[in-house]
Design a protein around this ligand. Structure first.
Ligand code: GL4
Length: 833
């Protein structure tokens, strides 16, 4: 080997400070094309990212080779969203070279924090569903599970949120503007995906009826691969995202006609498929382009999965023992019909066999019960866009309903509910039913949510297939959400119990006894205070509001949605504001209410609530009568990067959804793990958080899911009566409705008041208000006793180990996917730590 090449090879892998420094300088000059004097922060970020990437490529290829050589069963996580956030700290931390990198930059006179801050936040998701997919990728790699993520490489991620006069305004999010150092374009990994056209019937070689899809439009899906570094760097998996490319051929016809501009227009139109993430969380848009995005990435992924499988196999019998395909919600559910099409039409597998293979390969996760989020595509659109799939769906349905008819014994209403087609009004394909029927396992994301699935949306299917529904309570990765986001607390924990918790979070239970150790409590408080200072500085930078570090940091960060009840929190703030003004002599516990979260651009009510929070904040924050004891801030543009600053600094975690409506929540887990006490309803995973942290260490209030259901069924709930009987609620609402917070437009908030009164208060804000205020008072009272508060905070951290996504992913691996870890053979200690 050429000697110079060899030195470079070693340099590329070297993990010490000198090696890193040399490699930074080389990358800066020869790849970024700048010298150190001219380099911007962004240049340095690219330089460092590319150098770090060098250090993981060998391990990445080893991992892929290992899976290939062992013909291991792989898991394919199909998700329209991967909310990954920044990757530099994540890669450095998982490779174990954070300190070395910091020092190498230091020797170049650079600040690591500034380099880290130059990385854009990859926001290829809306909220919890997308972030869960990212946590699962981290956990699969850490567990050495052969897991692949498949999704779309959106050119524009979730919009950037700014406030203009307190109103949310959306700006395009251009994360790829300056290039993405983490991805590897794979121009040779290209699959055709078809749309429109028609289906032709013909006789196959043995005279059987067969179908082909003709006259369709074609788009190409091109792969971009991003390495997913597991903790310790032993396993490096792949996230493969598809980008739409126009085919080359269809343009030439237009050129010959002289219609050059038209040809280029066509190219732009096809490539729009991967242009932008739809910004709706838990609501469907019903837009054709969205449906096409779903099919686009699903079809490309399945073609890729079958191609990989066929490298080792020549028939499909073993597909279920070599591939597990997980549908992240119904977004990729068209994959059931696509798999049938690929097997039956392209590979001549008999229908029954194809169906068995498909069902044994697929599994489906449901993430919400909200009716507005259950996908149901108009039959007329599906048959136009994907004519062959519509036929296949009819065929699946006919066979299923035939089988069920015997059992339904003339119960036509039941058959109508089981049908893949909703026949009421304009006919629609129920994607949830398709996903359920085409999967061997269907899971909910918390114990309560899974129970409710069995009782509500999938009650009939559950009767029909009683072993299919299973629970897999969500989790979060402790690498990003404790080790990286909260170095102060991480170091404290490691100093007492070692660092085994990073990959085995259950070890945190050793901290339980430390809750009674006064020195440990002091240090725990110090870590929290440090994080609160960091957040206070961030708040000042972002909003100009100065907050007291010693106040309760009362945090509600999540998508803006009526069912999440940011309004309940705000009404409490107004009531507290009134009390503080009424009783200036009382020594109030200072409170800082911190909100953050985006609203879907078309969700007017949610945007109006944002404006209301900002309007109330303006009045409260400038009122000298409250002596700075109450501050309200709304942080703009909540994203993963902001969450990493907020989670570690919270004292109180607001998880106050109307019971029965939040499937799980995962922010609740991040906050409790970082030592915040939860104030919450018995909803989603809050129920299990209470079981783990203990009911003395959490503030539970409000109606239970069962009580909510009874109240709604009884029909006797009258919000006006509730308001009339609660003076503090009435006063808060009157202030809002008379324009105290919006003197320039006193009627601005009438839609909100309307929804809470004549509208019937669908989300039971008024019904839960009194008990919520009681729980808030209990929290404030406890905060007066720092020792007792800290003791409970420690018990939260200590008991949250079960909520690691490592545990969740292992449950999926064992009970749904039946995949096993594929570990690297011992490399004699040459590899990463
Ligand atoms: C969600 C749920 O709303 C949320 O409770 C859950 O934690 C998350 C991950 O399972 O999935 N469903 C949809 S849709 N968006 C979500 O965030």
């Amino acid at each position: 080997m050429d000697a110079r090449y060899k030195t470079r090879e070693i340099e590329r892998r070297s993990l010490d400070v000198d090696g890193l420094k040399r490699s930074f300088l080389e990358w800066l000059v020869y790849s970024v094309g700048k010298d150190a004097r001219a380099a911007t922060r962004r240049d340095w970020f690219h330089t460092v990212a590319l150098s770090v990437r060098d250090r993981l490529v060998d391990r990445w290829m080893d991992t892929t080779r290992r899976y290939y050589q062992e013909d291991a069963k792989r898991v394919y996580y199909l998700s329209l969203e991967f909310l990954i956030g920044r990757l530099l700290t994540n890669s450095l931390s998982n490779l174990g070279i954070m300190e070395e990198c910091r020092q190498a930059l230091d020797r170049l006179g650079l600040s690591m924090d500034e380099v880290i801050d130059a990385e854009p936040d990859a926001a290829l998701g809306n909220g919890g569903l997308g972030r869960l997919a990212a946590c699962f990728l981290d956990s699969m790699a850490t567990q050495a599970l052969p897991g692949y993520g498949y999704g779309i490489r959106y050119e524009f991620g979730l919009f950037e949120q700014r406030f203009e006069h307190g109103w949310q305004v959306e700006y395009p999010e251009q994360w790829l503007q300056f290039g993405n150092p983490w991805e590897f374009p794979r121009p040779e990994v290209l699959y055709p995906v078809q749309f429109y056209g028609r289906v032709e019937e013909f006789r196959d070689s043995v005279g059987e009826k067969a179908y082909r899809w003709v006259d369709a439009e074609r788009v190409l899906a091109m792969a971009y691969d991003t390495p997913v570094v597991g903790y310790s760097g032993e396993t490096i998996n792949t996230l493969r995202l598809w980008s739409a490319r126009a085919t080359r051929d269809f343009n030439f016809g237009h050129f010959n006609d002289g219609a050059y501009m038209k040809a280029v227009e066509q190219k732009v139109l096809s490539e729009n498929l991967s242009r932008v993430l739809y910004p709706n969380d838990a609501t469907e848009t019903g837009k054709e382009l969205r449906f096409k995005q779903e099919y686009f990435f699903t079809s490309a992924s399945l073609q890729d999965i079958l191609r990989r499988f066929l490298q080792h196999h020549n028939n499909f019998d073993d597909l279920p023992s070599k591939a597990a395909i997980q549908l992240n919600d119904t977004h990729p559910a068209i994959g059931i019909a696509e798999m049938m099409r690929l097997l039956v039409d392209q590979h001549a597998v008999r229908w029954d066999r194809a169906w068995d293979i498909t069902r044994a390969t697929f599994a489906y996760t449901n993430h919400t019960l909200l009716p507005e989020a259950l996908e149901a595509w108009p039959v007329r659109m599906v048959e136009r866009v994907l004519p062959r799939h519509m036929q296949i769906i009819y065929e699946i349905n006919a066979r299923f309903l035939n089988r069920s008819k015997a059992r339904a014994a003339g119960d036509n209403a039941r058959l109508a509910r089981l049908s893949l087609i909703d026949e009421r009004g304009d006919r629609r394909v129920r994607m949830g039913n398709l996903a359920f029927l085409g999967s061997h396992k269907v899971n909910g994301v918390s114990a309560l949510h899974t129970d409710l699935m069995k009782q509500t949306v999938f009650a009939d299917f559950h009767q029909e297939f009683p072993d299919r529904i299973t629970n897999k309570t969500n989790g979060i990765t402790p690498r990003r959400w404790l080790k990286q986001a909260n170095p102060a607390l991480s170091e404290l924990i490691t100093s007492r119990i070692g660092d085994g918790w990073i990959h085995d979070l259950g070890q945190l239970t050793s901290l339980v006894e430390k809750a009674d150790d006064v020195v440990f409590r002091e240090e725990f408080r110090r870590a929290k205070r440090k994080n609160k200072k960091r957040l206070a500085a961030y708040i000042a930078r972002q909003t100009g509001v100065e907050v007291q570090v010693d106040s309760i940091f009362d945090v509600q960060v999540k998508r803006m949605h009526e069912y999440k009840r940011q309004l309940l929190n705000l009404l409490h703030a107004v009531a507290l504001y009134n009390e503080m003004r009424d009783n200036p002599m009382v020594s109030w516990v200072p409170v800082t209410k911190i909100f953050a979260g985006k609203a879907a651009p078309s969700y007017h009510m949610a945007k109006l609530i944002i404006k209301l929070i900002n309007d109330v904040a303006k009045v409260v924050n400038h009122d000298p009568a409250v002596h700075d004891n109450l501050k309200i801030v709304y942080l703009p543009n909540y994203n993963v990067t902001a969450a990493e600053i907020i989670m570690p600094a919270a004292d109180l975690s607001e998880q106050i959804s109307t019971a029965g409506l939040e499937a799980s929540g995962t922010g609740n887990m991040k906050l409790a793990l970082n030592g915040a006490l939860t104030i919450g309803t018995l909803d989603g995973a809050n129920v299990e958080i209470r079981e783990h942290v203990g009911s003395d260490n959490i503030f539970i209030f409000g109606l239970t899911a069962e009580e909510v259901a009874d109240l709604k069924a009884g029909g006797g709930f009258n919000p006006r009566e509730v308001i009339a009987s609660n003076p503090s609620l009435k006063r808060a609402l009157d202030m809002i409705s008379t324009g105290v917070f919006s003197p320039e437009d006193p009627n601005r908030y009438h839609p909100i008041l309307q929804a809470l009164t004549d509208g019937g208060d669908h989300f039971l804000v008024t019904a839960d208000f009194a008990d919520y205020c009681r729980a808030q008072e209990a929290a404030m009272e406890l905060y007066r006793d720092p020792e007792e508060w800290t003791r409970k905070a420690i018990l939260n951290t200590a008991n949250m180990g079960w909520f690691s996504s490592d545990r969740t992913v292992n449950e999926y691996a064992q009970e749904i996917w039946e995949v096993k870890p594929v570990r690297a053979v011992d490399d004699g200690g040459e590899g990463f730590r």
